[in-house]
Write a protein that binds this ligand. Structure first.
Ligand SMILES: CC[C@H](C)CCC(=O)Nc1ccc(S(N)(=O)=O)cc1
Ligand SMILES: [Zn+2]
Length: 261
């Protein structure tokens, strides 16, 4: 029987469409960004995040990623501006990473893959709730931040990585409070934006992607910490949680706009 979707050969991205037909849609994510084909759009305004550190609730390992969950029951932590109209509520953030520093990001820029990619997931409250928002083309907005291995690692990542000890195996969850995720943003607000999908099943095409051009730096040790997470539950055989990324999908004529020249 088809096991639940994942990133292994028997349940990975090449087979998702068997249970999730949207995976073969024509607005799928991630994509390969080719700078030469990007259109600079001077009408794109800058985006603004106003997050309440008190909205952070818990951090969990769901066997596929490490996710921080926020209180999104009212307009408490919101993203606005850029390609968006209205305020989108921050719901969760999570990461995708590789088995080595040379790969792990989902989007690629001119063939360059980063060691990891952090996603901050927001939804449009005009659609009532998250489940309703993912049925709408303007339902969800995800800010993507690339993580690059370098020698001036960003101390702000430490808070998330320190919690990893407490959520080593699938199903583990720990309190994660008083955290403002905007400390993770790089200096530059330059971004690319395009319309796409969840990069995991059910692959709904409801996402306005806002990909930040400037990566944040992490150390190789920090990446090793991320790779010490397991996709198995506590009493199951050890299986490292690595390579939880979907490869780039066909652009199918979509335009990628840049906020910068
Ligand atoms: C039932 C709908 C959905 C499974 C609820 C869970 C969820 O939030 N999924 C999700 C969110 C973000 C991304 S990504 N990687 O940022 O494109 C991928 C999947
Ligand atoms: Zn993601």
């Amino acid at each position: 029987a088809q096991s639940v979707w994942g990133y292994d050969s028997d349940n990975g991205p090449e087979r998702w469409h068997e249970n999730y037909p949207l995976a073969k849609g024509d607005k799928q994510s991630p994509i390969e960004i080719n700078s030469k084909e990007v259109q600079h759009d001077s009408s794109l305004s800058s985006w603004h995040a106003s997050y309440d550190p008190g909205a952070a609730k818990t951090i969990l390992n769901n066997g596929r990623t490490c996710r921080v969950v926020f209180d999104d029951t009212f307009d408490r932590s919101v993203l606005r501006g850029g390609p968006l109209s209205g305020a989108y509520r921050l719901r969760q953030l999570h990461l995708h990473w590789g088995s080595s520093d040379q790969h792990g990001s989902e989007h690629a820029i001119d063939g360059v893959k980063y060691a990891a990619e952090l996603h901050m997931v927001h939804w449009n409250p005009k659609h009532g709730n998250f489940a309703g928002a993912l049925k709408q083309p303007d339902g969800v907005a995800v800010v993507g931040i690339f993580l690059k291995v370098g020698n001036t690692p960003k101390p702000e990542m430490k808070r998330i990585l320190e919690e990893i000890e407490n959520i080593k195996t699938k199903g583990k969850e720990a309190p994660f409070q008083h955290f403002d995720p905007s400390i993770l943003f790089p200096k530059s607000r330059d971004y690319w934006t395009y319309h796409g999908s969840f990069t995991t099943p059910p692959c709904e095409e409801c996402i306005t992607w806002i990909l930040l051009r400037e990566p944040i730096e992490v150390s190789s040790d920090q990446m090793a910490k991320l790779r010490s997470l397991s996709k198995n539950a506590e009493n199951e055989p050890m299986s490292p949680l690595v390579d939880n990324w979907r490869p780039p999908q066909p652009l199918k004529g979509r335009i990628v706009r840049a906020s910068f020249k």
